[in-house]
Structures are given as C-alpha cells and as structure tokens.
Design a protein around this ligand. Sequence first.
Ligand code: PSV
Ligand code: MN
Length: 410
Amino acid sequence: MERWREAYKLLADDLGARGIDVEKVKAALKKQWIETPSWGYGDSGTRFKVFKQPGAARTPFEKIADAAQVHKFTGIAPSVALHIPWDKVDDYRELKEYAESLGLKLGAINPNLFQDDDYKLGSVCHPDPAVRQKAVEHILECIEIAKTVGSQIISLWLADGTNYPGQDSFRARRHRLIEALQQAYAAMPAPMRLLIEYKFFEPAFYHTDLGDWGMALLTAQKLGERAQVLVDLGHHPLGTNIEQIVAILIDEGRLGGFHFNNKKYADDDLTVGSINPYELFLIFNELIAGELDPSVDMNVAYMIDQSHNVKPKIEAMIQSVLNVQETYAKALLIDREKLTEAQLAGDIVRAEETLLEAYRTDVRPLLAAVREEMGLHPDPLAAYRASGYYEKICAERQPTEGGSSGYPGA
Ligand code: PSV
Ligand code: MN
C-alpha cells in the first residue's frame, strides 16, 4: 500500500477522534475554486530585466492552454482571468469555446488602465475629462467582453495616484473616480460584479487614489451592492492585519475577491504561502467563519495574482494552487465550537491552541485522498513534471521578440 494511504487512515482516525466530519471536509475541498491569471503564463519581468523562459505562452490561446494544465493536475483551478488588451483577440467567442474545450471557464476581466501614454496623470482620476472618458470607454469595452465570454466579474486595479505633494487635489480626483465608476457600474448587468482593488503605493509614490481597503469600500458603497472590494495580499504596508480587514469586509457584505500571492516587502508577487503561511491560515479562518455564518452573504472570487520571473510558470502556478488548497484544508479542521467556547470563557490559551491544533495538522494525506477520489494523481506537481507538457511547449514555442504577458519590461 502506498505510504500516503496508511497515513490517511491514521489521520482520518485522529480527525474523527477530534470530532471532525472528514467527509464534510473532503466535500468542501472538492468544491474549492481558484482562478489563475493569464498574465502569469507569459514572459514578464521587472523594470530591470525580463528573463525569458523557454516555452512561455505567447498568445491568449497558449495562456489558456497552460492554465488548463494547472486545472488538469490540481482539479481546482477551473477558470482563468483575462487582462485586456494583453489578451485582446478578434473573436472572444472563439476564445471562450477554446477554453471550454479544455475544461476551463473564462473568469474575471481585468481592464488595463495603466499602460497608455495618456494615463501619465491617471486614468479615471485624470484632470482631463477626455482621458477619463477614454478610461471609462475601456471599462465599458471590458464589460462587453465579459458579457460575450459569460464572465460575471470586472476586476479593477488602478495605477492612479500622484508622485509629488500638490500635484493634484485628492478630493477632486476622488470625485472624478466616483463619477467615472458610476458610469461603468450603470452599464453592468446583474449579476455582474465590479471588484475594486486597492494598493497603497506603486507606480505612484506619493499617493494612490485607491490606497487602502477603506477607500475601496467607500467607493464601492457609492456605486451599489454589486461593487465590492478585492483584497490583494501584496498590497498592504508591512504589519497590516489583513485577516481583520477580511473579517470586516465580510461583515459588510463587501468582500468580493482575493488576489493570492505573498510578500516579503511589498507587491513582490511571491508564491502564496511562501513567506507567511500562518497569515494565510488566519485569513482562511475568517473566510470559513464567514461561510458558516448564515447572517452574511458571501460570494468571493478566489484568484491568484502572481507573475513569476524566475520560476517556471506552470509549475509555480500548480505550487501556488496547492499551497492555497493545503491552507484551506488546515483551516477547515478548526474546531469552531471549541474556539467559540474558549473565546466566550476568556480562555485565551485554549482559543489559540484550537487554531494551532488545526494549523499543525499534516493534511497532505487528506489531500492525496481527495485527489484520488477526484480521479487525480495524489502528487500534482510530480504528475505534471512527468507529463512531458513542458518539453512539448519548449519545442513548439519559439520565444517572441518582447515579452508576452504585457507586463513592464516585457
Ligand atoms: C499591479 O500591482 C497588479 O499586480 C495588481 O495587483 C493587479 O491586480 C495586477 O497587476 C493586474 O493588473
Ligand atoms: Mn492584484
């Protein structure tokens, strides 16, 4: 018998003894859905250098083919986010059908409001109404694409901000932002949602127009119920309590989505769970608490936002999906009754130990069992490596002149 099967038996017994319904945990794991980003599959770099990768996807079709590999081996990454115009094609129906032929859906549509010369002073916050109009029209174009491909999410990240004190008026920019987004929101048919992402600096270094979750939330509230906040884990100052932000957004019914990644310093695009796995666990603790609370309505899109410059892209994406899965599995093992009891009794040590008991559980045999029940190989990364797909794309795809994700330097 394979080692993991024996380990699973022991673990299932142990979880049973802890009062955990293993079948319920497995059912939740089978339903997990993590979207991967098209821009994670093409060549990309920093402003210093693009290290081109053999076999990197060069077209939207190739990006989708690579995303399909991630889903094929993990079983829980059934959609891919698009970025327009990086993923612009003549026929979006054809792109959708191609994705579907590989078992994928097209997910969030991300407008690009930061790479045109006109956007030097901003997009929807720009002082010139003509530039703002251009930005709004691009969002409207993305809404049309979303309708065509059957996507229900417009995911908006703005590079808008200023570099120098006095450069522009914070409040005037805010009014322009709200006015523009109101126009876009009005064009979005239900149940399409607008996810508003925030980031505290970069590329603007003095102020960002959507600098934190408060600014994003206030903006969402000015638009309507289908405007929600997107939390990108790399977009907070060091030391920020992200799990608390998540809890409050859930409570307000405004947590719309996630961009998973990890940071050591700022928006580093490191592999999710690679630097601070316990933080990720605490975030999932809040998410599961929200899911179990009938008084809140949750519809959260879980997405990865990572562009790997030096790791092989498909492997890095599989690794990332698995890290999220493992963390979710651990958080599902939290004994919530025990936690609430300890909290109400003021038993701080017991409360914390309840979290740690789940966090310290080695869930790998459980995940292997789930994968086997889903008809997957118990070790997705090893199975991908053995599949020959990487060798195939290296042989088939000759590198492009520039990069192909559209990312800076690319
Ligand atoms: C830039 O910071 C960024 O990484 C944002 O997180 C967006 O979500 C992403 O690019 C795609 O535009
Ligand atoms: Mn992001």
